[in-house]
Ligand binder design. Sequence first.
Ligand code: TRP
Length: 370
Amino acid sequence: MSEGQKQIILTGDRPTGRLHLGHYVGSLKRRVELQNSGKFDEINILIADDQALTDNADNPGKIRENIINVVLDYLSVGLDPEKTTICVQSALPALHALTFYYLNLVTTARLSRNPTVKAEIQMRGFADEGLPAGFFTYPVSQAADITAFDATVVPVGEDQLPMIEQTREIVEKFNKTYGETLVLPKAMIPENETQRRLPGVDGKAKMSKSLGNCIYLSDDAKTVKKQVNGKMFTDPQHLRIEDPGHTEGNVVFTYLDALCTDEHFVRYLPDYANLEEMKEHYRRGGLGDGTTKKFLISVLNDILDPIRTVRAHWENDIDTVYDIIQTGTAKAVERTNATLARVRKAMRINYFEDRSIVKEWERLLREAKQ
Ligand code: TRP
């Protein structure tokens, strides 16, 4: 395949809310590193507003509102529109057409087995209320997203692995049925275990808007302090400072594991050279939760301050932000239309590309008469 050599990234987010620290450590930070590594021929980020509609059909206003929040989050963390194409899914008609063709290459039984979708169905109460067919099939639309860009690498969180698996199966089925056409993508998930799934500030498995346990990239310092001091539990057995403490299952340390560097110690807590030394002291006894939380707050603000500064700049120039996504989307329209043309050609349903089919039809009619 001609694209085989090129390294192309496609990833995306549903615009259903502002992005939070979980998104940052699990994916955004990595995207910026990949963007700046210079190792990729193309980086595309999709604002998946169509996918967001699959469980928000009654509330398109929420998605409309969050498109700008998500783009501001992207720009704030350092995604650079000169290097990364940011585009809006609903404005890419090729994705709709591809989804429609791919739906014929998967079975409902296969879709029912997707563990992430299964969990989401439970969470949203669709098991009782009735399951929207669009939601049930969104992994197929995600396969369209990925293949439309000829993506070779899809950086995502762990929960997205079933989508990439499904995409690979669709690619294999397509290529087997219609000839080598689509590029087989690979998932890329965070190496660091704690970065794969940052818990909420309350220790619950995931940051979620409805649980109020998020730290948003757009939160101010006061809010961050309130979340850490008010909602983070440490070690319930660590009552007095002198008591030995547990660092496992202690949310403050889980966050430090995911976020802090030795440099942070130099700057904010020079008593220790690194996190391991600090943990040893905590386990031994003599290190108070006030100190660990204060350090974590410094680390958080150290990460968030530059993000806040860049955000403030873009918030004052929404006109330019609009131009950025309009330009990115226009580029993505071309990109994905080219893939759709290739797909239709492989399926031999490209009837109106030229008139060669007229000859073919004439021949078939002639042969039928003989
Ligand atoms: N399903 C992804 C999520 O919920 C968002 C998404 C849509 C995506 N299309 C994508 C991710 C394509 C990677 C590639 O986060």
